[in-house]
Design a protein around this ligand. Structure first.
Ligand code: GLU
Length: 287
């Protein structure tokens, strides 16, 4: 399949965007290796972005091992926290101003509304959903608050949801998984872009960063296909350029269980300690 959004902008720009919530495992290794290979094949630039936005889940002590493990695998990047001085623009925790600006644009455009539904309802949105995306469709109880959005100068204190256009198809051609189509309001509901505890949600941050970093191709796991549909709605609302998408097959064990979901998912650290070489690890990736 031909690249949909090839390299016209600033040449090919890809990214590695791990969250420092634990040690990297084989699934990460395979996805990031693919991202690296695609950047190499396009003679492109690879950006390392530390997605440490969620203070509850991110642990600073995982950031360094993440980079070390990827470097051990042989992956190299041209932009990232470890390249170019002590102030790093490649850590999401330092990019709040950008996310706030995006929130303002969404609010001014009438795309988001404050939601006061209960915490239980809302638990799922700050992190990237990391299974076959089981976030329930939001029933829409606070949709009528769209007219109140402009009363807010700052997002803090309520959850902010993107009003999805019910019934509208969202389709894209994935460079690995082929044609994808979702229906707004059915496959995915009004999703959170900013959390009540004042943390920008994954969907907003990733769209803002991919645009600001001029990412031309997003390579990530197929567990995020539905998130891509949400992100396309944001990209449309913000009139941003759409990157190409390449969603890698997920790594499963022999019983078909997705590796990341297993509690004993093998960390790269452990495999290294057991004496495996990078090529042994990469040999476990789906072809
Ligand atoms: N940081 C996300 C994760 O580790 C991935 C984000 C992305 O590639 O869009 O699941």
């Amino acid at each position: 399949m031909a690249d949909l959004y090839p390299t016209q902008r600033a040449g090919y720009r890809g990214r590695l965007a791990p969250s420092p919530t634990g040690l990297l495992h084989i699934g990460h290794a395979c996805t990031f290796w693919t991202a690296y290979q695609r950047a190499l094949a396009h003679n492109g630039t690879l950006v390392f972005r530390n997605e440490n936005l969620d203070p509850q889940r991110s642990k600073p002590e995982f950031a360094q091992p993440m980079m070390e493990d990827l470097a051990w695998l042989g992956i190299r990047w041209q932009e990232g926290p470890d390249v170019g001085g002590p102030f790093s623009p490649y850590e999401q925790s330092r990019r709040r101003e950008l996310y706030f600006e995006v929130w303002r644009r969404l609010r001014d455009g009438g795309f988001i509304y404050p939601c006061t539904c209960s915490r239980k309802d809302l638990a799922m949105s700050a992190a990237a959903p990391n299974d076959a995306d089981d976030e329930p469709v939001y029933p829409g109880r606070c949709r009528n608050k769209i007219s109140e959005a402009r009363n807010y100068d700052v997002p803090k204190g309520v959850n902010w949801r993107f009003l999805v256009p019910d019934g509208e198809p969202i389709a894209f051609d994935d460079l690995r998984q082929g044609r994808q189509s979702f229906v707004a309001g059915k496959d995915l509901g009004d999703f959170i872009v900013w959390r009540r505890d004042d943390v920008p949600a994954y969907q907003l941050a990733v769209v803002a960063d991919d645009a600001a970093m001029q990412i031309t191709e997003v390579v990530r796991g197929a567990d995020l296909l539905k998130s891509t549909a949400r992100q396309l709605l944001l990209i449309g609302a913000l009139s941003l350029p759409m990157p190409a998408y390449y969603h890698c097959d997920l790594v499963r064990d022999l019983a078909g269980t997705r590796l990341a979901k297993r509690h004993d998912a093998l960390s790269l650290r452990l495999l290294r300690e057991q004496g495996l070489r990078p090529q042994d690890v990469l040999a476990m990736c789906p072809s």
